[in-house]
Design a protein around this ligand. Structure first.
Ligand SMILES: [Zn+2]
Ligand SMILES: [Zn+2]
Length: 892
């Protein structure tokens, strides 16, 4: 069996990645009875590429999915991408701008064509990258949120909600982004604390010379659209003004003083301006009082005709000029510094303008009630559980969802406006004529749906819904969702609402929320900080398995995931350790002419006894007992999404037990008896089982080594990914073997520690005494030769407790005393070693002289004889020193 000296993952990872896909290893099975595990990918943006957050998510998903597949379950990881409406539209618009093309001038149809073209070019990037990183997706079931089936599901849901009265069209105050030119949802708005001003403006009361109301505002330009001033009904300061009017400065408009709770007597002067077109609270007040709405800020952030002399100005310039005019006219009472909470568009960072527009909405309360019940009843479980609190908070305070977006890229709203009678027709298929007036002049609504509308259907639309497909019957509800906390509301909550409403089932039974990948200083990774780790770069450098393992090890249960180069170097060493273990096994097999051998069945292997002793070697009993426990621990950790623990269990097993102890014990065994066959079988079976144990976390390395071990056998699965995961069987725990090896480990570790404390070489042979009053004595005696080989300590055994000694270590069961070299002995040794070194040099040069033919031919014989004699003396001296050194060592 040939194996390269150095672990070079770049040599085999791409090949296995390709082979897994080509040979259909990850294809989910045909519908059948028996356990099923299914999971849908959180669909990445189709135009994006993989970042380290994806790789964390995909690694956690992959570990879980591979484990379930290896349990023999019918396992599906459904992949796909999201059309990501606004994000993609902006990317393409920016690209066009670079080509000097204004996308608006291009027109809707041409622009959509360009987006599809762009999608075709870059749409496979994510897929290629995922394949390379070993994600075990079933690509035969890949979906895209804008493909035909999913579009049909979107229309079906829209129509059903509309028919139920849960979708309506209305004039509402929305968050409007003047840059993106679309309404955006509350969730797409970010808030930042900034220092602003509060302007106090005097509005003279009409017909009362000396009376005025002073109102305070942070946005003075909106006063141009005021249609009332409000005072609180209980405020005695203004009781005489009820029913009167004020003169709106700069606009020469008379507006009423209304009595409304909107005015807070405790705030400012207790009088507030009312601008129904530009503030959500004022909008509501305007409805209550039937106030006119005057829009003074336009959709692009430019002042409208209604703004009078300020028309055509940018909204912020208008603010400056309004203030200047007020000051000139003596109407500005005062200006205060005032902390502001500024709402900005999460994408363009533009200050959001509250504007009134006609939009489509989903009435969410009835949907949310069922979705709350689904989590309260435990049909959907959040892991970690505290996320359910966040979920409930949002769901109990949910507002209607504005689903229309003024974009071109996305699912067009399935509503048609009759140009004849203004009737709105909502339908699954484009209608030919208006059912009310018969006109055929129908125009489809220009808006598209919020991108989360289609991704909210993802768990069932991807499986064929609304058709009752076999896939839907087999894989729905899905078992688990693994995603980030940032899309808990955008996506997770909506999937639960839609799933419960349309399938009468929860979309998934469990939601695991993972953390953010941060650097060693726990900083978020960002381009501006320059601490971004590109998964494709680091996998090329360290190997995919090492990066996967590093991500898992960093995935603390508290949330955030710390990743840095040091950690990946560590996990590459781990992979290297496994490689070297394989190399040791393969080379020794070759040396001992052992044929590659694997047990016939992959079900739990029981170690075989040796032919000569009829006993199973203790280290074989032990390693299979450990494999058994680790399979149980790793499996339980995967099931509970404790990924850090998964990595720790595997690491500790492979490095801390298999390599550091099992292989070392095996080396001794093979040295003592090279003709063993059962020993080899046990060892190969243990290694093979360990590879299966590791496979979900490190798929490439394990496949590579497993295939080499498998050496063309036809009676097993084609890939380790389809082999069975080691199964835990309580009766396979060998307590006796674990105890005996445990005692050996304790003694050896203690001896090494004692030597390290005295700064002695680990391999320096020492003598020692082992004291015990119980059965540990017999165990230690039985394994004296292994202890001697591993610890380089020759032990004497005594029953009972040890007398007090300098170099001693104790457990509850035994004492270990070592005879360390004394300080005197050490000094003597150093002196002798120095002498020896000098002597050796002289001897060497004398010998050289005596071998030099030119010298011998010219020098007088007496000189030569003298050198010979001296050399003999030196050699005798050297032997004496060696003898003395030997004595010192012997005494140690
Ligand atoms: Zn924007
Ligand atoms: Zn009509």
């Amino acid at each position: 069996m040939q194996i390269e000296k150095v672990y070079e993952p770049q040599r085999f990872e791409p090949q296995w990645a390709r082979w897994w896909i080509d040979s259909g290893v990850f294809r989910a099975g045909k519908p059948r009875s028996g356990p099923v595990f299914s999971l849908v990918i959180p669909p990445p943006n189709v135009t994006g590429s993989l970042h380290i957050g994806h790789m964390l998510e995909h690694t956690e998903i992959d570990v879980t999915v591979r484990w379930h597949r290896m349990l023999g379950e019918n396992t599906l990881w459904l992949p796909g991408t999201d059309h990501a409406g606004i994000a993609t539209q902006m990317v393409v618009a920016r690209k066009l701008a670079q080509e000097g093309i204004n996308y608006r001038e291009l027109g809707r149809e041409k622009f959509e064509e360009r987006v599809w073209q762009f999608k075709a070019e870059s749409g496979d990037t994510i897929k290629r990258q995922m394949i390379r990183l070993g994600a075990s997706c079933d690509w035969s079931r890949e979906r895209f949120t804008l493909d035909r089936g999913l579009s049909a599901a979107v229309r079906e849901v829209f129509v059903r909600l509309y028919e139920k009265g849960l979708i309506y069209r209305g004039e509402y105050m929305v968050n409007w982004c003047p840059d993106c030119q679309t309404a955006i949802s509350d969730l797409e708005v970010t808030h930042s604390d900034e220092q602003g001003h509060l302007w106090h403006i005097r509005y003279p009361v009409h017909g009362m010379k000396d009376r005025a109301l002073v109102v305070a505002t942070t946005r003075p330009e909106t006063m141009l659209g005021d249609t009332a001033v409000a005072v609180n009904p209980t405020d005695p300061r203004y009781s005489d003004l009820h029913g009167k009017t004020v003169e709106l400065p700069l606009m020469n408009r008379e507006i009423p003083i209304i009595v409304d709770e909107l005015a807070d007597p405790e705030f400012g002067t207790g009088a507030v301006k009312v601008t129904p077109s530009h503030d959500p609270n004022d909008f509501e007040a305007g409805r209550r009082h039937n106030l006119p709405k005057i829009q003074v800020i336009g959709n692009t952030g430019i002042m409208t005709e209604a703004a009078g002399r300020f028309a055509g100005l940018d909204r912020f310039e208008a603010r400056r000029q309004v203030v200047a005019h007020l000051e000139q006219q003596g109407l500005l009472v005062k200006v205060e510094d005032y902390p502001l909470n500024v709402a900005k568009c999460a994408r363009s960072k533009t200050v959001v303008e509250p504007l009134i527009s006609t939009q489509w909405f989903v009435k969410t309360k009835p949907l949310a009630e069922k979705a709350i019940e689904a989590v309260e009843s435990g049909r959907v479980a959040f892991v970690p559980a505290h996320w359910s609190k966040t979920y409930f908070e949002w769901m109990y305070n949910i507002r209607d969802w504005c689903i229309s977006r003024q974009l071109w890229w996305g699912h067009r709203i399935p509503a048609w406006h009759c140009q004849g009678c203004r009737e709105i027709i909502v339908a699954r298929q484009a209608p030919q004529t208006c059912p009310r007036c018969g006109s055929s002049r129908l125009e489809q609504d220009p808006d598209v749906l919020d991108t989360w509308f289609s991704s909210g259907l993802w768990p069932f639309s991807t499986l064929g819904w609304p058709d009752q497909t076999e896939d839907l019957a087999t894989f729905y509800p899905t078992s688990l969702l693994i995603t980030g906390f940032d899309i808990l509301f955008f996506w997770v909550a909506r999937m639960i609402m839609f799933g419960v409403e349309f399938t009468e089932e929860v979309p998934f039974r469990q939601v695991y929320i993972h953390g953010l990948v941060r650097d060693a200083e726990r900083q978020k990774m960002s381009k501006t900080r320059g601490n971004v780790i590109d998964p494709l770069v680091v996998t090329e450098e360290y190997g995919t398995d090492a990066v996967r393992m590093a991500l898992l090890l960093g995935a603390a249960p508290t949330g955030d995931v710390v990743l840095n180069e040091e950690r990946m170097e560590g996990t590459r060493s781990f992979a290297n350790k496994i490689w070297n273990a394989a190399r040791f096994l393969f080379l020794n097999m070759e040396r001992s002419a052992v044929e590659p051998w694997l047990p016939g069945s992959l079900e739990n292997y029981r170690p075989e006894p040796e032919a000569d002793t009829l006993e199973v070697p203790i280290e074989d009993r032990w390693i299979f007992s450990r494999l058994n426990s680790c399979a149980e621990q790793a499996g339980r950790a995967i099931e509970q999404c404790r990924y850090q623990e998964v990595a720790q269990v595997l690491w500790q097993f492979f490095w801390g037990e298999f390599c550091d102890w099992y292989i070392e014990l095996k080396k001794i065994r093979f040295r003592e008896n090279s003709g063993l066959t059962a020993g080899w079988r046990n060892t190969l079976a243990a290694f093979e089982t360990a590879l299966r144990l590791l496979h979900p976390a490190m798929p490439f390395l394990t496949e590579e080594l497993w295939q080499r071990l498998r050496a063309g056998r036809q009676d097993r699965p084609p890939s380790i990914a389809l082999a069975l995961y080691p199964r835990y069987l309580a009766e396979q725990t060998d307590y006796q073997a674990e105890r005996e090896i445990g005692i050996i480990q304790e003694i050896v570790t203690m001896a090494r520690e004692l030597k390290a404390e005295s700064k002695l070489d680990r391999k320096l042979p020492l003598e020692g005494t082992f004291y015990s009053a119980n059965a540990a004595l017999e165990v230690a005696q039985k394994h004296a030769s292994q202890i001697q080989e591993l610890a380089h300590v020759t032990l004497q055994f005594h029953s009972g407790a040890a007398p007090k000694a300098a170099a001693m270590r104790s457990t509850a069961e035994f004492d270990l005393v070592l005879q360390l070299p004394t300080a005197q002995g050490e000094a003597q040794r150093k002196r002798l070693e120095k002498e020896r070194e000098q002597l050796s040099k002289i001897i060497e040069s004398s010998r050289r002289q005596l071998n030099d033919q030119t010298f011998l031919s010219k020098a007088p014989p007496t000189v030569i004889e003298g050198i010979r004699k001296k050399l003999a003396d030196y050699e005798a001296q050297l032997r004496k020193i060696d003898g003395q050194l030997g004595k010192i060592d012997g005494a140690l």
